[in-house]
Design a protein. Structure first.
Length: 273
């Protein structure tokens, strides 16, 4: 894959996710000379990446040519400070691609020049190893070519799904955007449970990490549903069965996750107001 856009790309925000996406674009062959980064304090690892490719930080949004894509990778809480200055960079063919949680298409449109094409996307942290899951939706002003450009940028870090119904984005954020943190917490808890049963901390951590990584890869490769995979490893009245009786019982994992996802989706909606 050779990633090529019709014009410059402006990345606004060079933190963890912005840097992850930049690294993915460069791996996919995007010309560093076409990339501009606007961030007063880029993350150290992103600064090193930029320096190695000759990419300089810009403190003004105005570029020599109107960008094909402006990628907004700043925290939702500071978006209102950033958006007003971007108007001078928006050209007639520019599409704005936002990865800020909770910021709706309408919310972004209110703070950008009228009629600008906007795509809202929610990637997750496995993007850092090219295994991300990104869900996106587009405003009515987005053309097919602009959507394809955004799709190429997002596919550089993993799989992409497009939605027609933007109202589902808060649930998407709560499931896949925040989801990796739930899995990492599971690894922490499994490690602590192993230690409580007498395992050395290093061994418990290694077992938990390998088990979750392996089970995730099996789930990824298998055509079976999660329920079928679970049933295949569960013998009646066996060791796994008694553990699942706890996890699937009253006040068990299913209820906890539903409440967690509901809380995350609620917070995503709050960020859009």
């Amino acid at each position: 894959m050779n990633l090529h856009l019709g014009g410059p790309l402006l990345l606004v925000g060079a933190g963890k996710m912005g840097g992850t996406m930049l690294a993915g674009w460069l791996r996919q062959g995007l010309d560093p000379a076409s990339v501009y980064v606007q961030d007063p304090t880029p993350a150290p690892e992103v600064s090193s990446l930029m320096a190695s490719h000759g990419i300089r930080v810009r403190y003004q949004a105005k570029l020599p040519d109107a960008p094909s894509v402006i990628v907004l990778a700043v925290k939702p809480q500071i978006m209102d400070e950033v958006l007003p200055s971007l108007g001078v960079s928006v050209g007639p063919s520019t599409v704005v691609l936002s990865i800020a949680a909770g910021r709706t298409l309408a919310n972004l449109a209110e703070r950008l020049p009228g009629g600008v094409a906007i795509v809202r996307a929610m990637p997750n942290t496995p993007a850092s190893i090219g295994q991300g899951m990104t869900v996106a939706c587009a405003s009515h002003d987005v053309t097919r070519d602009q959507a394809l450009q955004c799709n190429m940028l997002l596919e550089a870090v993993g799989e992409v799904i497009w939605l027609d119904d933007e109202s589902l984005m808060d649930a998407v954020t709560a499931v896949s955007g925040s989801g990796p943190a739930y899995v990492f917490l599971l690894a922490e808890c499994l490690t602590e449970a192993g230690i409580a049963e007498g395992l050395e901390p290093e061994l418990a951590a290694r077992l938990a990490r390998a088990t979750i990584a392996g089970a995730g890869e099996l789930l990824h490769r298998s055509d079976l549903s999660p329920a079928e995979l679970r049933q295949n490893v569960t013998s009646p009245k066996g060791v796994t069965a008694v553990a699942l009786d706890v996890l699937m019982g009253k006040d068990g994992l299913a209820g906890l996750l539903k409440r967690a996802v509901a809380a995350a989706a609620k917070r995503s909606r709050e960020l859009s107001s």
